[in-house]
Unconditional design. Structure first.
Length: 563
């Protein structure tokens, strides 16, 4: 009993509803969902939430999930988007098998349904212009006005609708509307438009059609045609539910159930295809897959594993009311996964040269370093060491503060897995900056262990100057520095809010073997962060995107909250 109560609590309201439906055999115990993107842009993190929900539920309940392209708008859609959407859904583990559907496949059937509505006296052809329709619609406080065309006979409506299809009218000259209630308190029920005339080619149906069904009409009927049981959509469709039910009842066809859940909102992030496309078109970013974008292809390019997105979606859960999720939670999920699943390597991002003066001029060492320090069974790599090395500029201070456990004149540190070294002196550049750091090493400390038990606190990463290869690191910050980029001061647009420091490219040195890492692989640069080899890499110069830093700000935030 207690266990049952516990299970119920851990289940969100949609899963609870499905369990209840299954118990009552409402849909014969069947669960069939769909993910219905419009192919007018690339998928983003908000879509990931919907993908995890729809495909996740299908899996959990032994059901099915369809991929359906809601392609009713011929002018904004493109095969480029269809292909990218399939790639992204697949990447997230969504498996639609052979159920790849297009609303445009149903155009003929939807047309026949529309004629049936006319025959049932539930739809009419209207001559009002778009502006007039808006005017006649009324407001939230005032009822609308009926169109003079509203009471046309069935014969006249059928004739006009067929002529609309035949291309006898120009764009905007006529529309087909549902005949419901111009005084309904729900504005979407005030005779919504079902079909409009658009003399435009469609990316799949070509010039076969010059009338196109609207989303609100197409969606419930597509769900019905496909035998969907649970049609899950975001809360902005709550007012459309009444029409969803109306149309299925008016035609007396199989009736799935629409349920709304809260959209994902994320700090520092814009999740609207309409706005994301502007970032691309204005070249504010370098494309849909610019690693600063919240698109799935950008996250993939940045090195974010799909498992981190699954974890993220599971943690944010499903609720009815909207909230804003802290971006730090997403980074926390990335680190959780990457920490356990990436190999360790060394790279120096802001190099300064170190010379070990007592190390033989032509000498060298090769150290065997574990790829996963916690589990040697995953193997190791060979790392060479010589008299000249690079370390991070930040790991050295001329005048160190008291708790600085890194390198400074007279101080001893450990070079990771190699030797203990002590700084003797430095050479300066003309501007006073450090040019070269001189050290001596303790030959008895091979492997980085203290030979006599003396305490050496600091451990630095390094690369061998003789064998390291130059590379580039691309460092990203939030594309929008402020928490809510939708909150734009007057006279500005969201494009003005872009963080000018969100992208920085820097010359780095990496272990030699990293040069042959495959594109798309993410590794940990010890003490620096997680990095993914980018497709812009060349043989001469590998390029790495920083996926995220090692610092976990989320755990800190949680700790502060708990205080
Ligand atoms: P956008 O507002 O970015 O244009 P959309 O809702 O118009 O998104 P669609 O292609 O119609 O994009 O969305 C496909 C599915 O993804 C829909 O079921 C939609 O509800 C869901 N979806 C879109 N954005 C989010 C989000 N931020 N959170 C959760 N689900 C979302
Ligand atoms: Mg949409």
């Amino acid at each position: 009993m207690a266990e049952e109560a516990e299970n119920k609590e851990s289940v969100d309201f949609i899963r609870a509803k499905i369990m209840a439906d299954n118990a009552s055999m409402r849909f014969g115990g069947k669960v069939h969902t769909r993910f219905p993107p419009e192919p007018n842009g690339y998928l983003h993190l908000g879509h990931a939430k919907s993908i995890c929900l729809n495909f996740g539920i299908a899996k959990e309940f032994n059901g099915l999930c369809n991929l359906r392209f809601d392609d009713t708008n011929p002018t904004k859609e493109d095969v480029e988007y269809v292909d990218s959407i399939k790639e992204d859904v697949r990447w997230l583990g969504g498996n639609w098998e052979d159920r790849e559907f297009y609303a445009s496949n149903y155009f003929e059937q939807l047309y026949q349904y529309a004629e049936e509505l006319i025959r049932r006296g539930k739809a009419y052809v209207d001559d009002l212009s778009a502006d007039q329709i808006r005017e006649y619609r009324g407001t939230l406080t005032e009822p609308g006005k009926e169109s003079p065309c509203r009471n046309r006979s069935v014969e006249e409506n059928l004739d006009l609708f067929r002529r609309m299809r035949a291309g006898e009218f120009k764009d905007g000259e006529k529309v087909l509307r549902a005949k419901i209630d111009m005084a309904s308190p729900n504005m979407t029920m005030r005779d919504p438009t079902l079909y409009r005339i658009r003399h435009a080619s469609h990316h799949r149906t070509g010039d076969a059609w010059c009338i196109y069904p609207l989303y609100d009409y197409t969606h419930p009927l597509s769900d019905s045609i496909e035998g969907i049981t649970h049609s899950l959509c975001t809360v902005e469709f709550i007012n459309n539910r009444e029409f969803y039910n109306w149309i299925l009842e008016a035609l007396d066809v199989y009736h799935p159930e629409q349920t709304e859940f809260a959209r994902l909102n994320l700090t520092h992030t814009i999740l609207s295809k309409r706005k994301l496309i502007q970032l691309v078109q204005t070249k504010t970013v370098r494309g849909w897959d610019d690693p600063r974008m919240p698109t799935l292809c950008a996250l993939r390019r940045r090195g974010v594993p799909p498992e981190a997105l699954h974890d993220f979606c599971a943690r944010i859960g499903i609720a009815k009311s909207e909230s804003v999720v802290d971006y730090g939670l997403l980074e926390f999920c990335m680190r959780e996964y990457l920490n356990a699943h990436t190999a360790r390597w060394m790279a120096v991002l802001n190099p300064v040269k170190v010379i070990i003066d007592n190390y033989p001029e032509d000498g060298s060492d090769v150290f065997d370093m574990p790829l996963y320090p916690d589990d040697a069974s995953f193997g190791s790599r060979k790392v060479s060491f010589s008299r000249e090395l690079y370390i991070e500029r930040d790991d050295f201070r001329m005048d160190p503060p008291s708790k600085f456990h890194r390198l400074a004149p007279g101080k001893e540190v450990r070079l990771r897995y190699a030797y203990l070294v002590t700084c003797t002196h430095v050479d300066l550049n003309e501007d006073g900056s450090v040019k070269t750091i001189h050290c001596t090493y303790d030959p008895a400390s091979r492997g980085g262990t203290s030979p006599d038990g003396r305490k050496v606190k600091g451990t630095l990463h390094w690369v061998d100057a003789r064998t390291a290869i130059p590379a580039k690191a691309r460092l990203y910050e939030h594309l929008f520095a402020m928490d809510n980029p939708n909150d734009v001061p007057e006279g500005k647009t969201f494009l003005d809010m872009v963080n000018p420091d969100s992208f920085k490219e820097t010359d780095i040195f990496i272990e030699k073997e990293l040069g042959s890492l495959p594109v798309g692989q993410t590794v940990q640069f010890e003490r620096v962060g997680y990095f993914c080899k980018d497709k812009d890499s060349t043989d001469a110069c590998p390029v790495f995107n920083r996926t995220c830093t090692l610092k976990d700000s989320w755990a800190k935030i949680e700790k502060q909250k708990a205080k």
